[in-house]
Design a protein around this ligand. Structure first.
Ligand code: ADP
Length: 470
């Protein structure tokens, strides 16, 4: 806070544990709303200098931050695996992918441009300015402890806004490490502040109600996103929300099945199923169902569950007991209603929060796993018989984040691509996240876009300035 390491005002701390081993990695301050107010004041104090700094200089500082994240990528990845559990290679991918946002927005910082209108009268000239919105509150989740921070903080900083970050309680260490690197890069005191807390609600309420905070950017569950949006309404803050998903993955009968199996396996089990764009529902055409399932279950058999710090591990533990219990309850609901676990279906022998990679067949739309975000290594598979049915079911959800489909028919590519009510649709691939694309959802999956040329708009106000009496 304000460029200093500070304890919580009340001296409280909480432990950060390794989900693979249960070991404590250390403790961090357990901050409250009072600490958050201090951080907001530090950000407010930093705003005039930071926003007035020439864009090129802000860009250079962001570029230095990017270089330092890259230089320390191995250490940051080790820290991330330690607190979050994902395999080291995935963690390093996240750190570097997260750094790419910093590089991108270092460049965008130089291209914040307004407009000059054609004169409406001879005595008047009018311009449109883009100005930083002010102090930003950023609340981030534990599933991407590094890249969710850079994806919010770098456009905010590029726009000229200071930030107060509240990282998830399970994974505050990556946030603190990134803040330390921002400090070493020369980003001034008070521009990047981190408030760690064991319970999000208290600090979250301050960030969403304090009038000095002009913009709130949140990634997390839909329930908390709705709460924050209503709390932020009192002071009419700008909000960006990146919330839950219920991603369908449609396999049509003309699909490249090997490609579909590879993509489905990757996008279902990456991060142990704990991403908002993870495949939540596999929907396979009846003509290719058997062939697909044979290859898909074979691919699932190759997954290697264990401590993400060990070589060869593809699938780490779930983040905590709450996550494990949710997965268990969704699987038992499905099995009670007639689904079959053809792979997995229970806790893993490794104990702790490890869960077996699971494939459920005979899934019906009324099962809870079809309508709720699973956030675990469970693949429910539904057999469909027509394009209309598949698209209708895919859209029959309040969520609208990511959707996937596999087909070789060029007409269907456009038809289905346009019909899916999702912010991000991937055809014949499941790899699409990078800094140049606009990440975000339709419906209850969120508001606003992160990354890309659109991402910086979330941190800018549009001002109309009119000069009369010329
Ligand atoms: P998940 O259920 O996946 O943990 P959450 O939405 O609970 O997702 O968590 C995402 C982020 O929101 C975390 O930083 C968490 O601490 C924070 N959070 C949780 N509850 C609240 C709340 N009531 N107000 C503000 N932030 C919250």
């Amino acid at each position: 806070m304000g460029g200093e390491w500070a304890p919580a005002g009340n001296g409280g701390t909480f432990a950060v544990n390794n989900p693979a081993t249960g070991e404590s990695l250390g403790t961090v301050p357990d901050m409250t709303a009072a600490d958050a107010r201090q951080a907001i004041a530090a950000a407010e104090a930093a705003f005039p200098e930071w926003s007035a700094m020439p864009a090129r200089k802000r860009s250079q500082l962001l570029r230095k931050w990017f270089d330092l994240i890259q230089q320390h990528a191995d250490d940051l990845a080790a820290l991330l695996t330690g607190e979050q559990g994902k395999p080291h290679a995935e963690a390093k991918g996240e750190v570097l992918g997260g750094a790419a946002y910093v590089e991108w927005f270092a460049e965008e910082a130089k291209r914040i441009e307004g407009d000059v209108l054609s004169p409406q009268t001879s005595s008047q000239r009018e311009v449109i300015l883009k100005q930083p919105v002010g102090v930003v509150g950023a609340i981030t989740p534990w599933n991407f402890p590094s890249s969710m921070i850079t994806r919010k903080v770098s456009p905010a900083l590029a726009a000229g806004c200071p930030v107060v970050i509240k990282p998830a309680e399970d994974t505050p260490l990556s946030a603190l490490a990134l803040a330390e690197l921002a400090h070493r890069a020369g980003i001034p005191a008070g521009v990047v502040n981190v408030v760690t807390a064991s319970h999000g609600a208290d600090v979250g309420k301050e960030l969403s109600t304090n009038p000095t905070v002009r913009k709130l950017s949140f990634t997390g569950s839909t329930a908390v996103g709705k709460l924050l949006m209503s709390q932020a309404s009192d002071t009419v803050k700008k909000v960006s929300l990146e919330l839950g998903g219920n991603a369908p993955f449609l396999v049509f009968d003309d699909a490249d099945l090997d490609g579909a199996v590879k993509a489905a396996t990757m996008m279902k089990f990456i991060n142990t199923g704990q991403t908002c764009i993870c495949v939540n529902r596999l929907m396979v055409h009846e003509n290719v169902y058997d062939a697909f399932m044979e290859r898909f279950t074979a691919a699932v058999d190759y997954l290697n569950v264990g401590n993400g710090a060990e070589k060869g591990v593809t699938t780490g533990p779930l983040i905590n007991d709450k996550g494990l219990e949710k997965v268990e309850s969704l699987v038992s609901d499905a099995v009670a209603k007639g689904a079959k676990a053809v792979r997995g279906g229970k806790r893993h022998d490794l104990g702790g929060t490890f869960y077996e990679p699971t494939v459920l067949t005979d899934v019906k739309p009324e099962m809870a796993c079809f309508g709720n975000e699973i956030f675990g290594p469970v693949a429910p598979v539904y057999k469909f018989s027509s394009e209309d049915e598949a698209v209708r079911l895919a859209n029959d959800t309040p969520y609208g984040l990511a959707a996937y489909f596999f087909t070789k028919d060029a007409g269907r590519m456009w038809r289905v691509g346009e019909a899916l009510e999702y912010g991000m649709v991937a055809c014949n691939t499941a790899r699409f996240v990078h800094e140049a694309m606009p990440f975000g959802g339709f419906k209850e999956s969120g508001i606003g876009r992160e990354g890309s040329k659109y991402g910086i708009e979330e941190y800018l106000e549009t001002k109309f300035l009119c000069m009369g009496g010329l």
